[in-house]
Design a protein around this ligand. Structure first.
Ligand code: G16
Length: 562
């Protein structure tokens, strides 16, 4: 590294001293912590992002968000050139530089890493980074720290795209590296036009079923509500009412949002007895997750949750149906019958009933640890890979090779039988691949796909919810002295440490019919999460409570909270 470059790094870093006595780690979704201690971390991630861009010779992204966390938290994560999460190989280095003490220690780590990774650092190659942030008040000053980190690498260019949903930034990084328009209007145009295409292809039989085309969406008082207000005006055949848009003074994620709705299973702020029976959905703080719900009656705040597993099941069902039409009998030419490998990916949080349903559909189901970076990797191994976490984070990936076959097949069908059922199925699948975000889970595109499929099938949310009956479950979180004391294996279903804890959990679980329970350290909050399933709600509650007490006994302060 040239001397002037070293000096620039030292100078810039000396303005951002790391917080004392805090150890940060690049968790499930980047670094997250109270916003007041994050400036040096974000500055350093700025440097790292520039190095990633140099290494990959591509455009990368940097997003400032803490998604579902409380408004006073914030976070930062890197978007790889593919539009996916930062390569996991680089995560240990992210940890090291975030925790380096002095500017000199930081410089020596960076120098070593540049050599080890053979990063082209000749001053000729230029780093290029797209920047986005959510609506948190701390976002602007943190973004400034990121820009200063980036500009401490000579020649690096940062393009500030302002307030975006996390999936919008991922989509734009991917688009940029494919030489496509990487702007917000291009994003809205792609998803709204593919939605319109799916609506135009709705069978006449269902079109005549006067289905309710209105959905009410909780925007979590975050960026998603704001963006949905723009998107909804570009749609036909769907009426979207957005509540908790962030404009009415409501606090981000406070009694609102997908995480709250899914974990607490109660109505979010702004919803209530006037909404009984209506189709409702809830986005999280940066709009990468979505869950649906209905208010069943006006006697309590309870909701009927339609979670990520149900979305996965709906999408799998629709895609399977379209694939069957596309390759139906009578179509003898093997070249016309490329059997797409369709697979689904879930985590331990998936409701047991959803996994049974998917297996009954004849689908291959794979399990990974929590965090879309794990699910995405597995889903990419299929021609069509659908992944969803129960919390509503997921998408559908289409392989390039299968999509090229599908494009070609659609063109052939247009020539020989335009408007046939087969050609419509091909066009529907092509539209799904354009509507659903190919880079990462995206609440806005998932919302539109759910709405298009419900209209296609003429289904109400109740009918959709009846695909299978969820096993009752309960989630709790427990504050502990050190959450890293819990390590897990087998897609997080077994706790390896502390010794003896899994045996205690197993002994408790065995007491409940259809009992299932696991614990894991959160990657985004300083807690241990407990998930329990049982044949009754009382059973699930009691199992979760007892296991929370076990966690507390092994690791805690002596109090568990819900
Ligand atoms: C992030 C990840 C999700 C993951 C969640 C788990 O969500 O993007 O894939 O399910 O963390 O959080 P934890 O490890 O705390 O249980 P988000 O929406 O906060 O970015």
């Amino acid at each position: 590294m040239k001397e002037e470059q070293s000096l620039l790094l030292l100078q810039s870093s000396s303005l951002f001293a790391p917080p004392k006595g805090v150890k940060l780690s690049y968790g499930t979704a980047g670094f997250r912590a109270d916003a007041s201690i994050l400036k040096s971390t974000v500055h350093r991630v700025g440097i790292l992002t520039a190095l990633r861009s140099l290494k990959t010779r591509s455009v990368v992204g940097l997003m400032i968000t803490a998604s579902h966390n409380k408004v006073t938290d914030n976070g930062v994560k890197i978007v790889d050139p593919s539009g996916g999460m930062l390569s996991q190989q680089w995560e240990p280095f992210a940890d090291q530089i975030a925790n380096a003490g002095t500017p000199e220690a930081l410089l020596s780590l960076i120098t070593e890493f540049i050599e080890k990774e053979k990063i082209p650092f000749d001053g000729v190659q230029r780093a290029e980074i797209l920047l986005g942030r959510d609506t948190r008040p701390s976002g602007e000053s943190l973004l400034e720290a990121a820009k200063q980190g980036i500009s401490s690498i000579f020649g690096a260019m940062a393009l500030d795209l302002g307030v975006l949903t996390t999936p919008q930034l991922h989509w734009m990084v991917r688009a940029r590296n494919k030489s496509m328009a990487a702007t917000e209007p291009a994003y809205f145009e792609q998803i709204s036009s593919s939605f319109r295409c799916l609506v135009e292809l709705i069978p006449n039989e269902t079109k005549s079923n006067k289905m309710d085309n209105r959905v009410v969406v909780d925007g979590a008082d975050g960026v998603g509500g704001e963006k949905l207000e723009v998107l909804k005006n570009m749609l036909t055949g769907l009426v979207i009412e957005v509540r908790n848009t962030g404009k009415g003074g409501g606090l981000l994620n406070d009694g609102v949002g997908a995480d709250y709705v899914q974990k607490e299973k109660v109505v979010p702020r702004g919803f209530g007895s006037n909404d009984v029976g209506i189709r409702c959905a809830s986005l999280d703080g940066d709009a990468d997750r979505i869950v649906y719900f209905t208010v069943p009656d006006n006697s309590s705040s309870r909701i009927d949750l339609v979670d990520g597993d149900k979305m996965l099941s709906l999408f799998a069902l629709f895609i399977k149906e379209q694939l069957c039409i596309l390759t139906e009998e009578g179509n003898q030419n093997p070249n016309n019958n490329y059997q797409a490998r369709l697979g689904v990916v879930q985590t331990a949080y998936a409701n047991g009933a959803s996994t049974d349903f998917l297996k009954q559909l004849g689908l291959e189901v794979i399990f990974t640890p929590t965090g879309v970076k794990h699910l995405h990797e597995k889903a990419a191994q299929f021609d069509i890979g659908i992944y969803f976490e129960a919390n509503g984070h997921g998408t559908i990936l289409f392989s390039e090779s299968w999509l090229s076959w599908l494009e070609a097949r659609n063109n052939e069908l247009i020539l020989v039988s335009e408007g046939s059922e087969q050609q419509k199925a091909a066009l529907r699948l092509l539209s799904v691949s354009k509507l659903i975000n190919q880079a990462v889970g995206d609440a806005l595109s998932s919302l539109l796909l759910v709405e298009a499929i419900l209209q296609h099938k003429g289904w109400s949310i109740h009918k959709w919810n009846e695909l299978y009956q969820d096993l009752t479950s309960r989630q709790l979180k427990v504050k502990v002295v050190d959450r890293t004391a819990v390590t897990t294996t087998n897609a997080e279903t077994i706790a390896v440490s502390p010794p003896g804890i899994q045996e205690a959990i197993d002994a408790e679980t065995a007491k409940y019919p259809k009992g299932r329970c696991f614990i894991r350290p959160s990657g985004t909050e300083d807690v241990i999460r407990v998930y329990a399933e049982a044949s009754t709600q009382e059973g699930a509650d009691s199992l979760a409570n007892t296991v929370a007490k076990i966690v507390d006994r092994f690791l805690g302060f002596g109090s568990s909270e819900q």
